[in-house]
Design a protein around this ligand. Sequence first.
Ligand SMILES: [Zn+2]
Length: 332
Amino acid sequence: MSLITDTIRTYLPGKRKQTPSGWISFNAPCCDDKRQRGGLIFNAGDAVSYHCFNCGFKASWQPGRHISQKMNQFMRNLNIPDTTISQLRLEALRLDESNNTEVLSIIPTFDNRALPMDAISFEELTTFLKLPDGDYAVPTKFTEAFAYLVERKIDPWSYPFYWTNKVGFNNRIIIPFLYKGEIVGWTARAINDAKPKYLSEQQPGYVFNLDRQQDEREFVIVSEGPFDALSIDGCALLGAEIKDSQNWLLKQLGKELVLVPDRDHEGPRTVEQAIEYGWSVSMPNWPDDVKDINDAVVKLGKLATLWLIVQAKESNGLKIRLRAKQWFKDIQ
Ligand SMILES: [Zn+2]
């Protein structure tokens, strides 16, 4: 252990947990976090890496490197005194001179040892996230929810949907958010014209339907909405933005990530983010009145939709941008 990692260890918040793979989680000091979304790991070769799953802040250090601005910021957030940080900066320089070649050769690849899946834990439903009170049932053929699912070509038994007669929720189908088999949030989708369309309790960085991506498929189709994801067994961002932590979670699947954006005014921004994260993007030759995956499945069926998505899959950023220009041309 070096002076640097030792000091960081000393200043970590008292309330913390450690996973078997070595991630230490605590309330992130970089932002207003009360759910222990800050993750830190000490790696082989005396390196340290910090990642906040709340705001996306990252910082790392390894012997042979200077202390970066980010690391400096993280240490200040931990309330390490400035004078101590200055000493650590000098220590880093000293290690740089004395150990550089030797140390760099014994550090394999930084940050690869533990799977971040272990570092992330979405809390089980707390009072805050609890489903609204009421009796819940799985939709049966006698409910409007059942009819709604059938209309959208989604098998009502393919996912643990909920349905209630509680006022305010009696016209909504409730989709629990699962993570490693536990309910960690939910969204309630109106099945009529009720506003807002979705009522949700969602933890930051959550990716919908991640649990079901362990099959043999070589790629994961990522969409915006939960019904798009359920239509073709993909994942959903639950919004038009790709959060840094969502990118991280999805990357752990070790598969090609294929974004299928909604064909609306927010789509181009999502496409740009996907390019930055190194994802593929598919903008299929939908019929004119199709604006998302679920639309396509309703009109064309699941197999044809999947085929069109795979056909249009592109990984080259330049080609993606050219295609986007054309694909979003009529969208305002
Ligand atoms: Zn943070």
